[in-house]
Design a protein around this ligand. Structure first.
Ligand SMILES: NC(=O)c1ccc[n+]([C@@H]2O[C@H](COP(=O)([O-])OP(=O)(O)OC[C@H]3O[C@@H](n4cnc5c(N)ncnc54)[C@H](O)[C@@H]3O)[C@@H](O)[C@H]2O)c1
Length: 248
């Protein structure tokens, strides 16, 4: 198989917004056919149109949706070469929140089970083709020391690190790499509530980041692209923190 980007279709979950959408755009710039997958159909279709790609509705927590997306993507492109799992939700499940099994389960279903299904379903497909690259987006909040108070979000993102490393070992013999990107605070709709309309709060947050600002989705997309590309051909089970120096 040729290593030209045009022969390497990549599926991006959470592709309708933020980091996922930026990753779709960057992959397309580099010539990759892109499958934009998301629960948010309108925004997903708009990104797919922009990158001349294919939109497929995908709820990452639904195994049947994964079978459909794989079938539709391979019908269109013949095969997949890569997966970037960027779909995610925050939960605001704090230590003194009411005990809420449903909120925890909902968070885990997207952030953790969704990533797990991706490495299983797409992993099996890539393994059969003898090459490929999977990139999971976790969070710098899943690195020590503890930073975020959101118990459900943080624990599911730690889970993503475990899934990536375990899958990396399982899939390495088949030429399939699995790596993880751990973003810090990034300017996407997910954090819109953090300091919306409050310049003082924005200044306070920025001052706590060594580079002095919140990151942009493109700056995380670059890290995801690095792991998709052959520039990272000897990296698997690796983790890249992109957080403006916060963990330094
Ligand atoms: N923004 C940050 O500061 C930040 C920091 C660290 C990690 N992250 C992680 O980066 C990833 C992307 O987040 P973002 O900031 O771009 O947020 P975002 O809200 O802009 O994008 C998340 C996307 O995931 C999609 N999604 C949600 N549930 C889904 C489901 N069940 N199936 C399919 N798609 C679903 C949403 O529709 C949305 O398009 C997430 O995994 C997030 O946890 C974000």
């Amino acid at each position: 198989m040729s290593d030209a980007s045009g022969d390497r279709p990549v599926l991006v979950t959470g592709g309708a917004s933020g980091i996922g959408a930026a990753t779709c755009r960057l992959l397309a710039t580099h010539g990759h056919p892109v499958v934009v997958a998301d629960v948010h159909d309108g925004a997903g279709r708009a990104v797919a149109a922009e990158v001349n790609g294919l939109f497929v509705h995908l709820d990452v927590g639904d195994p049947e949706d994964w079978s459909t997306v794989l079938r539709v993507a391979t019908d269109r492109f013949g095969r997949l070469y890569g997966l970037v799992s960027a779909a995610g939700v925050k939960s605001e499940y704090l230590i003194d929140s009411p005990e809420d099994e449903e909120l925890f389960a909902r968070t885990a279903r997207v952030n953790q089970f969704g990533v797990l299904l991706g490495v299983q379903v797409v992993g099996q497909h890539l393994r059969a083709g003898g090459e490929g690259s999977i990139v999971n987006i976790a969070s710098a909040a899943a690195m020590p020391p503890a930073q975020s108070p959101d118990l459900a979000y943080v624990s599911t993102k730690w889970g993503v690190r475990g899934i990536s490393r375990t899958a990396a070992k399982a899939l390495a013999p088949y030429g399939v790499r699995v790596n993880t990107v751990l973003p810090g605070l990034i300017n996407t709709p997910m954090i819109a509530g953090v300091a919306a309309g409050d310049p003082e709060r924005v200044a306070q947050i920025s001052a706590a980041i060594p580079l002095g600002r919140v990151g942009e989705p493109d700056e995380v997309a670059c890290a995801a692209y690095f792991f998709v590309s052959d520039q990272s051909s000897y990296a698997t089970g690796a983790e890249l923190v992109v957080d403006g120096g916060t963990l330094a």
